[in-house]
Design a protein around this ligand. Structure first.
Ligand code: ADP
Ligand code: MG
Length: 224
C-alpha cells in the first residue's frame, strides 16, 4: 500500500530570518572568493581546492535559503505550465543523461494555465526532478505529467528511485533534512513554501525500492 501525505506549512519567521542572514553572507563571500582566486599562484593547490570547495558549499546553502525571502517584485502572470516544465527538462537534460535517466513528458489538455511567478515555479520543479535523478543511482525513467483536475492543474513528478519510507515522508520539507552526503536538505522546504505561496499544495507518495510520486496542485487560471 502506498502512503500519502499532504504538506502545507507556512513560511516561519525563522525561515525569513535565515534568508536575511544568507543575503548578508553573500556579499562578503563574493569578495573573499575573488581574493582567494587572485592568490591561487601563491597557495598550495590542495589548500586552494579545499577553500574553493567550502566556499562553493556556502554558496549552495545561502542560494537555497535566499529562495525563502519574498522576491522584491513577485511577478504573478498567467503561465502555460508545459512551458515551465519543458524549460526545467532542458536545464537538467545533460545531468539526466549522465545518470542514465530518461525523462518522459505527458501534457493533457489545452488549458494548463496557472497564475504564477514563472522563475519561482521553475525552481520547484528543478528541485523535484533533481531529487528524482539523485534517487536513481543506476538510472531509470522520470515521468512528468501535467493535467487539469477539477479547479486545479496537477503536475506529477514520478521516478523509479530508492523511494522514501513511510516515517521519513513527513520529514520532507524540514530544514536540513537530508540523506545525502552532499545534500543541503533545503530544496524541498523551499519548494513547499513556493507552492504554498501560490495557493497550492503538494502530495508525496512513495514505496521504498520502487519509487516516488510527487503531485503538485496549483489553482487553475480558469478557476479564478
Ligand atoms: P537534498 O536533496 O539536498 O537532500 P531535499 O530537501 O531536496 O534536500 O530533499 C530532502 C530528502 O528527501 C533527500 O535527502 C531524500 O532523502 C528525500 N527525497 C526527496 N525527493 C526524493 C525522491 N524523489 N526519492 C527519494 N528520496 C527523496
Ligand atoms: Mg534536493
Amino acid at each position: 500500500a502506498r502512503e500519502m501525505i499532504r504538506r502545507s506549512e507556512k513560511l516561519t519567521m525563522a525561515g525569513e530570518l535565515a534568508a536575511g542572514i544568507a543575503h548578508e553572507i553573500r556579499n562578503p563571500l563574493t569578495a573573499i572568493k575573488g581574493f582567494i582566486q587572485l592568490m591561487k599562484e601563491r597557495m598550495p593547490v590542495s589548500y586552494y581546492d579545499i577553500i574553493l570547495a567550502e566556499i562553493g558549499r556556502i554558496e549552495l546553502i545561502t542560494g537555497e535559503l535566499l529562495m525563502l525571502s519574498k522576491p522584491q517584485a513577485v511577478e504573478y502572470q498567467p503561465t502555460y505550465v508545459p512551458v515551465i516544465l519543458d524549460h526545467v527538462v532542458t536545464l537538467l537534460e545533460s545531468e539526466a543523461i549522465m545518470h542514465d535517466v530518461q525523462i518522459v513528458r505527458s501534457y493533457e489538455g489545452p488549458s494548463l494555465q496557472v497564475s504564477c511567478d514563472p522563475n519561482q515555479l521553475k525552481q520547484v520543479f528543478i528541485n523535484m526532478v533533481k531529487n528524482s535523478i539523485e534517487a536513481m543511482p543506476t538510472g531509470g525513467t522520470i515521468t512528468i505529467e501535467a493535467k487539469a483536475d477539477r479547479s486545479d492543474i496537477v503536475i506529477v513528478v514520478r521516478d523509479e528511485g530508492v523511494g522514501i519510507s513511510e516515517d521519513k515522508i513527513r520529514m520532507l520539507g524540514q530544514p536540513f533534512y537530508t540523506t545525502k552526503e552532499k545534500g543541503t536538505g533545503l530544496g524541498m522546504m523551499v519548494s513547499l513554501n513556493i507552492v504554498e505561496n501560490h495557493g497550492g499544495r503538494v502530495n508525496v507518495t512513495s514505496e521504498p525500492g520502487l519509487g516516488t510520486e510527487i503531485r503538485v496542485f496549483l489553482p487553475s487560471c480558469l478557476a479564478s
